[in-house]
Design a binder for this molecule. Structure first.
Ligand code: AMP
Length: 291
């Protein structure tokens, strides 16, 4: 942490559910609206755009940083996932957030923890097909975070579009009294979506990575004009492989809300991709709005 990122002594870091509830409870008693921004840390400008939107929609913003073990598969990067709490706290304070909630794994999943929240339908296919149990892990931790904090609004990035739809469905199904706000993806100047995992890319891989967004943007443009989904998927996949992506987990076009497959775009849809650059799995997606 450099000198310019010193943490103000007044910036609260809550380690327990009780401490978090004390802050949120006091804000609610004062009649203030509270926003929650759940993250796994290693914060970048994408996360901070969620905080900025939260400050617009609410009077107080609490950000959680929790690297959630149950949403990682056994061969995924849980142990290696970047952890930078001091920097994260300083960035949040500078961005105007009001508190950080940083529970340990023991606080979130105490001995004997036995409950899983699963959301059928929207969790299936796309990342759900390649990361078994991932969305159950996400739904479980997000339902806990929402119950722990009791915010009026919670913000999630469109960058993880399937996750956003899973959470929207879960909140409706379980009558959780919170507004879910989706926030547009923040990108580098060359179009690459900001992600904590971009740090894993070599210089050469980094130069190839923007092809992901460019391919989606071109395919979305064609699809909006009525091209068949199959044609664009075949074209897009060959573009990515030719550019240097090692493999494509999926490149699919789905209904924007239900995430059901579509063959021609007649209603708002989404084109979504997951592809490997070397060992790094990148995801992205783009709106397809019929002309
Ligand atoms: P993560 O820490 O990766 O779990 O992300 C925490 C939240 O930030 C999720 O709601 C993500 O969708 C969101 N997010 C991640 N990257 C971006 C981005 N580039 N632009 C906007 N939101 C993002």
């Amino acid at each position: 942490m450099n000198a310019a990122m010193t943490l103000p002594s007044t910036f609260p870091i809550c380690r327990s559910v009780a401490a978090l509830r004390q802050y949120v409870g006091e804000w609610h008693r004062q009649g203030l609206r509270v926003a929650l921004v759940p993250t796994m840390g290693a914060l970048h400008a994408g996360h901070l755009s969620l905080v900025a939107r939260g400050l617009h929609l609410a009077d107080r913003v609490v950000t959680s940083v929790f690297v959630n073990p149950i949403q990682f598969g056994p061969k995924e990067d849980f142990a290696a996932y970047p952890r930078r709490e001091a920097e994260d706290a300083a960035l949040l304070a500078k961005a105007g957030a009001h508190a950080l909630y940083a529970p340990t794994v023991d606080v979130m999943y105490p001995e004997g923890f036995s409950t899983t929240v699963t959301v059928d339908g929207v969790s299936e296919g796309l990342c759900g097909a390649f990361r078994p149990g991932h969305f159950a892990g996400v739904a479980t931790v997000v339902s806990k975070l929402l119950l722990q904090a009791g915010p009026d609004v919670a913000l999630f990035g469109e960058k993880d579009y399937q996750q956003l739809q899973v959470i929207r469905r879960m909140v409706r199904d379980l009558d959780i009294p919170v507004h879910i706000e989706g926030v547009p993806t923040v990108r580098e100047a060359d179009g690459l979506a900001l992600s904590s995992r971009n740090a894993y890319l070599s210089a050469e891989q980094r130069s190839v990575a923007p092809t992901l967004h460019q391919t989606l943007a071109t395919a979305a443009d064609h699809l909006a004009k009525g091209t068949a989904v199959d044609t664009e998927v075949a074209w897009g996949t060959s573009q990515l492989l030719a550019a240097g992506f090692a493999s494509v987990d999926y490149l699919e076009v789905r209904d924007a809300v239900t995430l059901k497959p579509v063959s021609v775009v007649e209603r708002p849809a989404r084109i979504l991709v997951a592809a490997y650059l070397g060992k790094t799995r990148l995801i992205d997606n783009q709106a397809v709005v019929p002309a």
